[in-house]
Design a protein. Sequence first.
Length: 307
Amino acid sequence: MGSWSGTRRVRDGIGAVCVAVACLLVPLGVLAGWAAYGLADTGRYVRTVTPLADDPAVREAVADAVGDEAVRELETRTAGDATVGPFVRDAIESFTRTDAFRTAWEAGNRALHDAVLHALRDDTPSGGPVTVDLAPVTAQVRQRLEADRMPYAHRIPVEHTEVPVVRAEDVAGLRQGYRLLDAAALWLPLTAAALAVTGVAVAASRRRTLTAAGLGTALGGALLALAVAAGRRLTLADLPDDVHRPAAGAVYDALTATLRTASWLLLAVGAAVALACRLTSRPARRRGRPAPPAPPTATTAPAGART
């Protein structure tokens, strides 16, 4: 009897370790898959950020950035004529509400993503930063302003200026991180699934181990949701002072929407599995209990024994 109970404890211990490691790998696998297959896919990235062209905070940030640069260039070319500033800003703010701006926004984000992705996947060492050419976007803006007969619109310069988006010293680290995530996105989910199945199969108390797996998965989903929220706060706190924080927050929320959905899905599925195991275990315990002994009944003495 002691040997059998000792074997059960060993099996339950092995199952618990396997399930614990699997529950730890699940949110990490989701995070790696989101980075490798979500952020690294240009088409999916563009479809995610395209609706942001209608976000008021994004439109305001773009209007401020483009307007400041355009006004600076025009004042230089018009001998410091400060009267063009309000017209340019109003025209650009009006432009951000048009379909042409949505087209320019999509084209600019596609060029930005292609440049970053090319740098991450390129094996040749690069000594410079990752840059993107926004001349096509500026050309569309100028065409729109010329069509609206905005003064001095034809003087807005459209030059092939390489705008840095990733610093040169950060390229190598980002490239290594991308390769690590690309490999982890495949192996982490497979390893987690294999460990979870092994843990439940090896354990002597399989229902209890499956309940623990559900609770661990739910906990992993909750921790992932908290990590996304903490990442948002840290990301916005580390931005330079000249960055429009509401717009950056809108971009962060759009890019992490899938990650937040996955975290809540893990929480719901894990809790459902644990609850189902808990509810189905009660009837089994009732059926397994031995029947209580029958109460003693009074016996009557035989007739011959009476005196």
